[in-house]
Design a protein around this ligand. Sequence first.
Ligand SMILES: Cc1cc2nc3c(=O)[nH]c(=O)nc-3n(C[C@H](O)[C@H](O)[C@H](O)COP(=O)(O)OP(=O)(O)OC[C@H]3O[C@@H](n4cnc5c(N)ncnc54)[C@H](O)[C@@H]3O)c2cc1C
Length: 275
Amino acid sequence: MHIVVCVKQVPDTKIIKINPKTNTLDRNSAPAILNPYDAHAVEEAVRLKQRYGGKVTVLSMGPPQAVSALKKCVEIGADDGYLISDRAFAGADTLATSYALFKALEQIADKEPIDLILCGKQAIDGDTGQVGPGIARRLNIPPLTFVNKIEEIDVNHKTITVHRKLETGVQVVQSTLPCLLTVEKEINEVSYSPLPNMIKAARFQPTIWTVNDLAGVNRDQLGLKGSPTVVGKMFTPPKPSAGKKLEGSADQQVRQVIDILFKEKKELFAWKGEA
Ligand SMILES: Cc1cc2nc3c(=O)[nH]c(=O)nc-3n(C[C@H](O)[C@H](O)[C@H](O)COP(=O)(O)OP(=O)(O)OC[C@H]3O[C@@H](n4cnc5c(N)ncnc54)[C@H](O)[C@@H]3O)c2cc1C
């Protein structure tokens, strides 16, 4: 089985600051990490390799520094990795990102057919969750989103059975292979990396492809040029002001609330003509 996991390097959004002047992310204020959902996707691919045999390849589109995210994947247990990196990819929205990754996946599959593609449910910076389904649509393979359990793979009949987390419960779905899964964090616990993996990761260098290495790519569909999405406005929501603590008995506090509402929220009572 050849499993390819698409991984993104993201700023650690638990730490990142917003530039108050430009209202954009100050990417220098936080370390770059492997998107946490993608770490779970790689862990799951490695577990599947242990169960069914085969190989795990990781693929990322990003700047040269994204090599460190691929090294992290090797620490988790990935065997091979590709980085597509070129100024031509810069400024890509989800449409252009999924196109570039699709072209790279086609090229990887030419060398070694792909049975399964895994993505995270979403990237913690962009948060759209669109790239996985976008890739599946372009490859014309089934997308199975929000997967929180892989029940089994029938290698002979080339099928997979997964659990999808829905708002109303769990949906058990069987699909033919190849297909693309986007995974939830609860699919597994990412294990501590054994020392041999860490040594392998330290020495690991992925194959780096520029735009010239992608056969038959349409440059008009890449980067800013291929991105119909326009960010209209970005702003930091105003911080809510501190609440007011009321004192006294319950009756007194209710009276105070009514007084405040009459003074500060007159529009609530305007229909009664009492304000
Ligand atoms: C006009 C515009 C310009 C932009 N310019 C830039 C820019 O210059 N630089 C920049 O970093 N972002 C830029 N972005 C953000 C960029 O569009 C998204 O980060 C990117 O398309 C992925 O979308 P997402 O983060 O919502 O990923 P999601 O769709 O939430 O990601 C889901 C999964 O898809 C896979 N995936 C997502 N992105 C990648 C990737 N790059 N490589 C491999 N796998 C991936 C991962 O498995 C991930 O878990 C721009 C966006 C817009 C709208």
